[in-house]
Design a protein around this ligand. Structure first.
Ligand code: ADE
Length: 236
């Protein structure tokens, strides 16, 4: 079973989105576990402070390495061979679907959420955290990023998705974006009284032709929105 441990200065932000839908059901069914460790429980003074000023000057405060280490040592983490430590930061490697697939095979995932201006670099290096970013933008802290990472990972665990076959078709399982999908009504009349039909090929019952159409649509969409994915495929 995958055990997820989150180190955070904002424990009330959890389980947050992780208690809902298929991810929350899987948690109730003990297909994975979630423990939240409050960094303030390991604060260095009477006020349970966790941050301090950066040496060399500069704006904001940094989380201290001794606080991170104490919080980490409160977890039984040395005995887990199949584990990974992740620090979420906009300066990390960009998270990819292939990383989520890798993390979903682990026994333990320890996630450190940044706040303030960041964390003392020694904590990251000495305690061996991998630095990961969920995208080229800056959030106020790593907590939402942690929920993104965990949700993406848990849906890949066996028995979590109702239709596991959808994993093969979805975006990023190859270097293509998923094709567009349609449902009822077959003809949708919008508020301006205009009719919008579902592509006829999807009603034809020709499985081979539908498959071909979907592949073409995937390529078309990827060329338009994410040409970088096609370039990557050529190189691989
Ligand atoms: N913390 C702040 N911004 C972040 C990002 N883009 N990814 C991960 N953690 C973050």
């Amino acid at each position: 079973m995958l055990s997820v441990k989150i180190l955070t200065a904002c424990p009330d932000m959890f389980p947050g989105s992780l208690k809902y839908s298929i991810i929350g059901n899987a948690l109730k069914q003990k297909k994975w576990s979630l423990d939240i460790i409050n960094l303030h429980d390991y604060g260095y003074d009477k006020r349970k402070s966790i941050d301090d000023e950066p040496f060399g000057g500069g704006p904001g405060m940094l989380i201290r390495p001794d606080v991170v280490e104490k919080a980490l040592l409160s977890i039984d983490y040395q005995s887990h061979l199949n584990r990974k430590l992740i620090y979420l930061t906009p300066t990390g490697k960009i998270l990819k679907q292939s990383n989520l697939a890798e993390f979903s095979q682990l026994n333990q995932l320890i996630i450190l959420c940044g706040r303030f201006e960041g964390i003392d670099q020694r904590a990251i290096e000495v305690l061996k955290f991998s630095e990961i970013s969920i995208g080229d933008y800056v959030l106020a802290g790593g907590e939402i990023a942690a929920q993104v990472l965990v949700e993406g990972c848990i849906r890949l665990l066996p028995g979590v998705l109702g239709h596991p076959e959808s994993l093969f078709e979805e975006s990023f399982s190859s270097n293509l974006l998923e094709y567009p999908q349609y449902t009822r009504p077959q003809v949708w009349k919008d508020a301006q009284n205009e009719d919008h039909e579902v592509p006829k090929i999807l009603l034809s019952g020709h499985h081979e032709r539908i498959k071909q159409w979907r592949t073409n649509k995937s390529i078309e969409k990827t060329k338009l929105i994410r040409p970088d994915l096609l370039e990557k495929e050529k190189k691989e």
